[in-house]
Structure formats: structure tokens, C-alpha cells
Design a protein around this ligand. Structure first.
Ligand code: FMN
Length: 311
């Protein structure tokens, strides 16, 4: 599958607003409007050679994408002016709906970001104008923090109760999805590029080897950042007494200073293991709350436990 179709599928299969992909690494976002590309520009992230799949691409997003060196764009909704400007810069562009104008959330006028760049074709100037506009809007309204459920889970052969079963969906995934619904959180899956075997015996060897090597497996996708979240539910299975090493990769990637972390661990007998102290070491300036341990085989009967823990 080509890059843009992979990015498009990822956009469709998840609740992301924006997916960037360079053939190896995906950067995904839950932020709305121009924010993902604006903040990535501000951070100086190098996105040349990436393709972009986005919910809505108006002229503002198109100018930011060009400034970032994006080479192809898919939009669920594309504006006529965005299409023109992308084509003028030889950027391949596909879309589901073409619209004359991107309108504001109230549906009363054109989107303020589109207004901001109405008469601009200069990429650098557009970035500065948009940055100032977002700051102006931010200073007017109060920023509302959200919560995030991050989970790692493995489908395949595993002990479920006392016998080996082939699980189509991993235990932690089932519970993380319930948690995201209960807490109205965004949900992000930590997935390693080289997945562990679906065979239980092979997997326990692979996971043990990674732990002994203190490995940091590469992830298939990365969140753009965690700025908009104040509470992060970190959900994972107990693998040999702690989190899978891919969760170490994730926790080291972001700045958790001042954030609240709530760990949730599924297991088959050893509870949280030493995962909570490992999280505290990885995120020393986060407020790590007492974790919740749930037996994986109890995944369908843990709703009350979950509710009590959240409150
Ligand atoms: C590689 C591996 C190592 C495991 N190590 C432990 C362990 O040390 N203690 C424990 O109680 N359960 C252990 N388990 C069981 C899992 O923690 C448990 O089945 C969990 O619910 C699996 O979650 P998942 O289906 O989301 O991957 C291990 C399972 C695997 C595959």
C-alpha cells in the first residue's frame, strides 16, 4: 500500500484528526483545525517527505503543509482554494468532499483561520499570521484540558484463566476502550513496529529478551504531543513483572512534568509487579497515582472496579 493510503486508513480506523507518514513513522494527532501542523512547525519537527491525511484541509492547513515540506495530501473535506494552492506547488491531492469555503464551528461565517490567510500566498508569512491568530484566540478563551488513555495490548495466544486461548482482541485493549468511554478520553495504542509473536511461547521469549536488553522498541505511530492532556491513563499488560518495553519507549518520548498518570495493569497473578515504580522513574515529575491491577481473564467483569478507581 502506498504512503497516502496507509495514512488515510489510519485516519479512518482511529479517531485521529490528522496523520503524517513518511513510510516508516506515523505522527498522529487528536487536535482540531490547524493546531497539529501549527504546533509541529513551532517545534521545528522535520516533516519533509511526509504525506498528510487530514479531516479538513482549507487554505491555512495547505499553506502550513507546504511550509513543512509535505509531499502529498488527502483530505476528507478540501476547500477549493486549498486545492488550487496545493496543485500550484505540484502536491498530489485527493479528497472526498470539495467545498467552496471552510466555515466556523458555529456555521455563521468563514473559519477565522481561513480569514487570516485570505490574501496571503507567502508560506512563512502565513505561519506567523496563523500563530498570532491562535495565540489571540487562546488568550480570549480558557483552555480546557482533556484526558488520554494510552494502551499496549497483544492479540494472540495467551493464558486466559487456566488454559491457553487464542484471543482476537487483547485483554488490555478491551479494558482500555471501556476506560476511554467512561472517562471521555482520547485513546491511543502503543504498537511496536516489530510485533511480538502471536504464539505464547515465542512471545514470552521475545519479551524477556527485550527486557533483559533494556530495549526501546520503535513504535508504529507517535502522538504529536501530550500538551492538551492533564490526566493520562497508562494501560498495559504485566510482562515479566513490569510494562512491555514499548511502553517504556512511549513514556520516554514525552514530557510528563506536572501531569497526572493513572497506571492500569492487566495480569495473570502478579498484579502491578514493579511497573508503578518504573513509571515513577521514567516520569519523575509526574503525579503517579495508585494503579489498578485487573486479571486479564476478568476483562468482561471489571466495570465496577473501573468506575470506583476513576472516581
Ligand atoms: C510475554 C508475557 C509475559 C507475561 N508475564 C506475566 C507476569 O510476569 N505476571 C503476570 O501476572 N502475568 C504475565 N503475563 C500475562 C499477561 O500479563 C496477561 O495475560 C495480560 O492480561 C495480557 O494482556 P494483553 O492481552 O492486553 O496483552 C504475561 C504474558 C505474556 C504474553
Amino acid at each position: 500500500m502506498n504512503k497516502i493510503n496507509i495514512a488515510k486508513n489510519s485516519l479512518k480506523e482511529n479517531k485521529y484528526t490528522c496523520v503524517l507518514f513518511n513510510g516508516k513513522k506515523q505522527i498522529v494527532s487528536f487536535k482540531t483545525g490547524i493546531k497539529p501542523l501549527l504546533y509541529l512547525t513551532q517545534k521545528g519537527t522535520n516533516l519533509s517527505g511526509y504525506v498528510l491525511a487530514d479531516k479538513i484541509v482549507g487554505k491555512a492547513v495547505a499553506l502550513l503543509a507546504l511550509n513543512l515540506g509535505i509531499i502529498e495530501v488527502f483530505a476528507e473535506t478540501l476547500s477549493v482554494s486549498a486545492k488550487e494552492i496545493l496543485i500550484k506547488h505540484n502536491i498530489a491531492v485527493s479528497y472526498e468532499t470539495l467545498t467552496e469555503k471552510i466555515i466556523n464551528r458555529q456555521g455563521t461565517d468563514i473559519c477565522p483561520m481561513e480569514k487570516t490567510v485570505l490574501n496571503t500566498f507567502d508560506l512563512k508569512k502565513a505561519f506567523i499570521l496563523l500563530k498570532n491568530k491562535v495565540n489571540e484566540l487562546k488568550s480570549k478563551g480558557e483552555s480546557v484540558m482533556k484526558s488520554l488513555v494510552v494502551y499496549y495490548s497483544r492479540a494472540g495466544e495467551n493464558y486466559f484463566g487456566n488454559s491457553l486461548k487464542n484471543l482476537e482482541v487483547g485483554n488490555t485493549k478491551v479494558i482500555a476502550e471501556k476506560l476511554a468511554k467512561l472517562t471521555n478520553s482520547d485513546i491511543f495504542e502503543v504498537k511496536q513496529v516489530n510485533e511480538y509473536s502471536s504464539s505464547y511461547n515465542k512471545c514470552i521469549e521475545e519479551a524477556k529478551r527485550d527486557q533483559e536488553n533494556d530495549a526501546r522498541p520503535d513504535l508504529e505511530s507517535y502522538l504529536d504531543d501530550i500538551d492538551e492532556y492533564d490526566t493520562i491513563y497508562v494501560c498495559y499488560p504485566n510482562f515479566w513483572g513490569t510494562m512491555p518495553m514499548a511502553m517504556f519507549t512511549f513514556l520516554e518520548e514525552y514530557d510528563f512534568d506536572g501531569k497526572t498518570i493513572k497506571p492500569l495493569c492487566t495480569h495473570e497473578g502478579s498484579g502491578m509487579g514493579h511497573s508503578e515504580s518504573d513509571i515513577k522513574k521514567l516520569c519523575p515529575n509526574a503525579n503517579v497515582k495508585k494503579g489498578l491491577a485487573i486479571r486479564g481473564s476478568n476483562r468482561d467483569n471489571c466495570d465496577n472496579e473501573l468506575k470506583n478507581w476513576i472516581d
